[in-house]
Design a protein around this ligand. Structure first.
Ligand code: UD1
Ligand code: CA
Length: 483
């Protein structure tokens, strides 16, 4: 049979409550791999090239609609949650024209792969079915609606757990809740009643209505039943997260990324990673993070919305957010790059260095214990251990500029707003409160004074205690008695 090529409309049912999540957040907004569950369904619908996507909202409708706001999405409200059949009808009115295949998805089954849905649609179209239900097979399908087949193996009915007879309860083939219908479904759905154990309108009743009208109904069986797992509570959510994580990591492993301990690594699906990259144990990569080739992200580092260019080495326990790191740079261990950090090529950031809204040009070195906020630093400048750019005066933040080739001695404070010229030299321990001209040496600290014999007088006055607590010093005092 030739494949029908009518447009595709997708209805996503997302009005249910999800009380067992015990949360203020509507169930379908709980994230899996950084994306709300319902957004996974929207993404799958988009990847299938849906002409129209309708999300049926009810519980927490405002929040769900606000979280999903994007062009091309349509929302339909289901005021009372009277069952999946009623939810379908609430959304069907928003379908564009009555000539499309209609795919129904749930807002709480984020693991469904677009490829599976593609195969389901192809099967539906190739066989000229009027309704195709996506099913799975489990040794024990308790809780699900079961697929009842007739003697010749044709799909006859779907029976809900509550309505099932003892022999029906033994059926292992279950209804995933995903269906493709022809464009007649909205019209047929008006005939669904609520004469069943729950008093709800069951979308599954459409199956019988299609059969009664003499139209072909078929089942398409899933290879991997994990794909239709939903989350009813936090434990279920964690399980989805585990499966999704394994799936995402498997994709990266296949693409040439080394992840020696994939179970411990959490990568959101929005992250892109190049080749010959190593992601060490315990790493978390989130948001719009882009990692180029030959990068290493060290153990227990967290990288969010950041760009790591070729060959960057992020050492363990570093936290990067909204940072750009130029090629060949190294960061950490224990570094913190905050939003607005832009590092040029070959920059060295060592332990306990924090940067914020800071541009460090090529070859800048800040090896130890520094705070660099609201500052630009020219190439090859050396930032000594303990340097602080004091950018905040208690009310306002100020911007500072440090030139190229500057040497900032250890434990200096640059009191913003300040400008330090190229090739300047700042003596260790300076509190720089004036601008420093190009090539100048700035010393901004008290002059050193040595008071001879001070120690002997001081400790000598505490002789008894020194004898008990500081025996070496007691000996020194004894030897230097006469002086
Ligand atoms: C449904 C199916 C069952 C199937 C199971 C798979 C029916 C009658 N039963 O059962 O055969 O095995 O899914 O998970 O359809 N929803 C609304 N409005 C409502 C009710 C539900 O939007 O009034 C949405 C929910 O948010 C959810 C989806 O529909 O996304 C399924 O609802 P749920 O109550 O979980 O259906 P089940 O009773 O589990
Ligand atoms: Ca359910």
């Amino acid at each position: 049979m030739t494949e029908r090529t009518c447009p595709l409309d997708v209805l996503i049912l997302a009005a249910g409550q999800g009380t067992r999540m015990k949360s203020k957040l509507p169930k379908v907004l709980h994230p899996v791999a950084g994306r709300p569950m319902v957004a996974w369904a929207v993404k799958a619908a988009q990847e299938l090239g849906a002409r129209r996507i309708v999300v049926v909202t009810g519980h927490g409708a405002e929040k769900v609609e606000a979280a999903l706001q994007q062009p091309g999405l349509v929302f339909a409200r289901q005021e009372q949650q009277r069952g999946t059949g009623d939810a379908f009808l609430s959304g069907a009115g928003a379908l564009e024209q009555p000539d499309a295949d209609i795919l129904v998805l749930y807002g709480d089954t984020p693991l469904l792969r677009p490829e599976t849905l593609h195969d389901l649609l192809a099967d539906h179209r190739e066989r000229g079915s009027a309704m195709t239900v996506l099913t799975g097979e489990l040794p024990d399908a308790t809780g699900y609606g079961r697929i009842v087949r007739d003697a010749s193996g044709n799909v006859e009915r779907i029976v809900e757990q509550k309505d099932a007879s003892d022999s029906e309860k033994k059926i292992g083939e279950f209804n995933s809740g995903v269906y493709v219908f022809d464009s007649q479904a909205p019209e047929l759905a008006r005939r669904i009643g609520n004469d069943n154990a729950s008093g709800e309108y069951y979308l599954t009743d459409l199956l019988g209505l299609y059969r009664d009208s003499g139209k072909p109904v078929r089942a398409f069986k899933l290879a991997d039943t994990d794909e239709v797992l939903g989350a009813n509570d936090r434990a279920g959510l964690a399980e989805l997260e585990n499966i999704m994580r394994a799936r995402i990591n498997a994709g990266h492993l296949k693409n040439g990324v080394s992840i020696p301990a994939p179970d411990s690594v959490y990568i959101e699906d929005s992250v892109t990673i190049g080749r010959d990259v190593t992601i060490e144990p315990g790493v978390i990569l989130r948001g719009q993070t882009r990692i180029a080739d030959e990068v290493t992200v060290g153990a227990y580092s967290v990288v969010t919305d950041s760009v790591l260019e070729t060959g960057v080495n992020v050492k363990p326990h570093s936290v990067l957010e909204g940072a750009q790191v130029g090629s060949g740079s190294d960061v950490g261990p224990f570094a913190r790059l905050r939003p607005g950090t832009v590092l040029g090529e070959g920059v060295h950031i060592g332990n306990f260095v924090e940067t914020k809204n800071a541009r460090l040009d090529a070859g800048v070195k800040a090896g130890h214990l520094a705070y660099l906020g609201d500052v630009t630093i020219g190439q090859e400048t050396n930032v000594g251990a303990g340097t602080i750019v004091a950018n905040f005066d208690g009310v306002n933040k100020h911007q500072s500029t440090v030139g190229a080739g500057v040497f900032i001695g250890s434990n200096s404070t640059i009191i913003a707003p300040r400008s330090v010229g190229d090739a300047a030299f700042i003596a260790a321990g300076s509190a720089v409160h004036d601008d420093v001209p190009e090539g100048a040496m700035a010393v901004a600290r008290g002059k050193q004074r040595n008071i001879e014999g001070w120690s002997r007088r001081y400790w000598g006055g505490l002789k008894e205690k020194v004898a008990v607590k500081l025996p070496w010093l007691a000996g020194w005092l004894e030897q230097n008695k006469g002086q």
